[in-house]
Design a protein around this ligand. Structure first.
Ligand code: DMJ
Length: 456
């Protein structure tokens, strides 16, 4: 009898919890939020068109344009194009695509950053080509790929940082695993779509060069010289300069079915879990360690590191991804918006104002989106809503959305990077949008959120 009543109480509790969960679901109006995100995207896009049309980007406080180099590469329109397509902004997307197809030229005597141009522009051209079928975009991608390839002509095969688009001259041999290892989703897709094998082979062997230089404990450092092959900074972490090196191991193993990347990921994640992961009273974090000894050097995590739950989830480890995302959420909630760096031993920004900045980064939204895809847990919709509120409250301005000088004071700074339109708004929109908006299971996003499908 006693057991029967206990069972009844338990069943009633379970029913209550389900009701709470359902109620929670009904408090999130996904359709309304998707619509609102779209409106905010348009606020940024219209500001760009009004104040910075034809340039790489917009400074939203002074309402003035900026370019990265001596000639514009139309970075914001190209980065934003597939977001418009996915949001169903057909007229905007069609006219932007037409403008890019008829105006964009890479025939400029200027040095560009290989990594940034690959993830933003090559990635953007390939995804918009796949989404629109416009062959002119594939032609532009092929032209860009050809102009970038000389960057790999170093003694080790790892790319220099900069390459001249016209002459093929290269400069700056000091690079990092992120810039070497985050090129193959784009060059590999270009290779498959054009039938030009060299794109895949040259870029893959550069990644292998970094991987082969991992330490005896299986970690990589932050800076390496592509001419000598020597590490020049042994700090190991999953933050800026290393982050997407790991991301592309998982993504390339899925997109190209390349087993070498599967093996690289398996040995790397083991080293990350052994030496970088940090179980603390506030939850799971990924900190810093010396690449050679594996010894903990810093208890820092940051806005960029928040991509890691998405990668863990994509690799099949949803439980660890979910735990890490809870830590990311704590980082966000400390000041209502996330800082560039967070010391999880202090549970606050490290004591230096330079780490208080927020660059409109998308990674934490990206991870919420992935986790929602795998779990359908409304918790991630709730998180998305909190992120959206934070952005609107602290970054919105008349001329678009602005980065923050400090998440503590909320003082703004005059910059809105193109990835804010390519990534941040896209992941937030996809989190709330109907599932048919994008076939998640058959899509690999490059690190700039440009969706690539295996059509080959
Ligand atoms: C983007 O350009 C890419 O996501 C890159 O991999 C890392 N940082 C920015 C956004 O934070």
């Amino acid at each position: 009898m006693k057991t029967a009543s206990l069972l009844l109480v338990l069943l009633m509790c379970a029913a209550c919890l389900t009701a709470v969960a359902q109620k929670k679901l009904t408090t999130i109006d996904r359709a309304a939020l998707a619509q609102e995100v779209r409106t905010e995207f348009l606020h940024c896009w219209n500001a760009y068109k009004k104040y910075a049309w034809g340039h790489d980007g917009l400074k939203p406080l002074s309402k003035t344009p900026y370019d990265w180099y001596s000639s514009t590469l139309y970075m914001t329109p190209l980065d934003a194009l597939d977001t418009m397509i996915l949001m169903g902004l057909k007229e905007e997307a069609d006219s932007t695509r037409e403008f890019i197809a008829t105006h964009l030229s890479f025939d400029h005597d200027m040095y560009v950053k290989n990594f940034e141009i690959t993830i933003r522009m090559l990635g953007g051209l390939l995804s918009s080509y796949q989404l629109s079928g416009d062959e002119r975009l594939l032609k532009l991608a092929d032209d860009l790929g050809t102009r970038l390839l000389p960057v790999f002509k170093s003694p080790t095969g790892m790319p220099y940082v900069d390459v001249n688009l016209k002459t093929g001259a290269v400069r700056n041999p000091r690079t990092n695993p992120g810039e070497v290892g985050t090129l193959l989703v784009e060059f590999g897709a270009l290779s498959k779509l054009t039938g030009k094998k060299q794109y895949y082979d040259i870029v893959k062997s550069a990644v292998v060069q970094i991987y082969n230089r991992r330490s005896p404990v299986g970690l990589v450092g932050t800076w390496i010289n592509v001419e000598t092959g020597e590490w020049v900074d042994a700090d190991s972490h999953v933050s800026a300069c290393i982050d997407s090196y790991y991301e592309y191991m998982v993504k390339c193993s899925i997109l190209f079915g390349d087993q070498d990347f599967k093996k690289m990921w398996e040995s790397s994640i083991l080293a990350i879990k052994t030496y970088l992961a940090d179980e603390t009273p506030t939850g799971l974090w990924i900190g810093h360690a010396d690449m050679n000894t594996g010894k903990r050097t810093k208890t820092w995590f940051g806005a960029l590191d928040a991509f890691f739950p998405a990668v863990l989830a994509l690799s099949g480890d949803v439980p660890t991804a979910a735990r890490l995302q809870e830590s990311c959420f704590k980082m966000w909630n400390k000041h209502g918006i996330e800082p560039e760096q967070f010391d999880y031993a202090l549970m606050d920004v490290p004591n230096d104002p330079k780490w208080e900045r927020y660059f409109l980064n998308p990674e934490i939204m990206e991870s919420a989106y992935y986790l929602y895809q795998y779990t359908q847990d409304p918790r991630y919709l709730e998180m998305g809503k909190v992120f959206f509120e934070g952005l609107k409250n602290f970054c919105r301005c008349d001329g678009g959305y602005a980065e923050l000088k400090s998440v503590k004071t909320k003082e703004k700074s005059d910059r809105m990077e193109s990835y804010f339109l390519a990534e941040t708004w896209k992941y937030l929109y996809l989190l709330f949008a109907p599932p048919e908006t994008l076939d998640f299971k058959h899509t690999i996003f490059n690190t700039e959120a440009h969706p690539i499908r295996k059509t080959w």
